[in-house]
Design a protein around this ligand. Structure first.
Ligand SMILES: Nc1ncnc2c1ncn2[C@@H]1O[C@H](COP(=O)(O)OP(=O)(O)OP(=O)(O)O)[C@@H](O)[C@H]1O
Length: 248
């Protein structure tokens, strides 16, 4: 992996809280009971969690315990049933869809299990697209292109930036995915089992990369993982059990 350093755009201290969840309850509608009354499935049960700048928090737990639900609430993709969600000092649980979309665009980088990359675009174009969607044109687009090049160098894909997705391995595609998540200099980086489709060696290098990014970009990073070997890279590990969160 290359060691290119790209300075974060904001000056912050490692102890800054980016995300604070207080007593979060999330219930999904879950059909009806025998009397025809609506029932709910409680996916998050009074969850509290603070994520700080420059800190990698691993989230573990059995399938169905609520890990993805936790990340979706943290990302502002789902509004919790109750509780407080504070992102960059702002209470957001009453934000409109538009405010949440803006918050995600400016603050959150999301890395999914399977990189959802566009087959027709090169690695560099995948990253440029983020800037285009944000409205970058002219000089701004030029700056974004430069940033895309630097980020692809950072994730070790400088030589592959002109390749389309079918010309890359699964591990390389996930690196493109990670670089893309950094295009908007997110304060909060959320990774939902980013190594689930990779072998042990590639998984280890991806998690090392996420730990490096957390330090160099000063992100508050949440990483869902099932892999005990990856926990060594985490500053903190929390565990979900039936919607409840505890320190591991
Ligand atoms: N949209 C939904 N509607 C109803 N129930 C849901 C919905 N999404 C998730 N659930 C339920 O909420 C619980 C938590 O799901 P979640 O996906 O957060 O778990 P997880 O720990 O991420 O699981 P996995 O490791 O298998 O991805 C599960 O019981 C799941 O069936």
């Amino acid at each position: 992996m290359t060691a290119t350093l790209i300075a974060p755009t904001q000056t912050v201290t490692p102890t800054d809280s980016v995300l604070e969840l207080r007593d979060i309850v999330l219930e999904y509608p879950d059909g009806v009971d025998a009397d025809g009354n609506p029932t709910v499935m409680r996916a998050l049960d009074r969850v509290s969690l603070t994520a700080h700048r420059g800190t990698l928090t691993a989230v573990t737990g059995a399938s169905g315990s609520g890990k993805s639900s936790l990340l979706s609430v943290a990302a502002g993709l789902i509004t919790p049933t109750s509780g407080a969600r504070i992102i960059q000092g702002n209470r957001t649980e009453n934000y409109s869809d538009r405010q949440l979309a803006e918050l995600r665009r400016t603050t959150v980088g999301f890395i999914f299990q399977q990189p959802n990359l566009l087959a027709s675009l090169t690695a560099a174009e995948q990253l440029e697209l983020v800037a285009r969607i944000s409205g970058a044109r002219g000089a701004d687009l030029k700056v974004a292109r430069q940033r895309a090049t630097e980020l692809l160098d950072l994730v070790g894909l400088g030589a592959e930036k002109g390749r389309k997705m079918h010309q890359l391995s699964g591990g390389q595609r996930q690196r493109v995915n990670i670089a893309r998540a950094l295009m908007n200099t997110p304060a909060l980086l959320l990774a939902d089992e980013p190594t689930s489709a990779l072998d042990a060696e590639r998984s280890a290098s991806i998690v090392e990369l996420l730990a490096q990014i957390t330090r160099e970009f000063n992100t508050a990073t949440l990483l869902i993982t099932h892999d005990g070997d990856q926990l060594a890279h985490a500053d903190r590990t929390v565990h979900m059990t039936d919607g409840c969160l505890t320190d591991a």
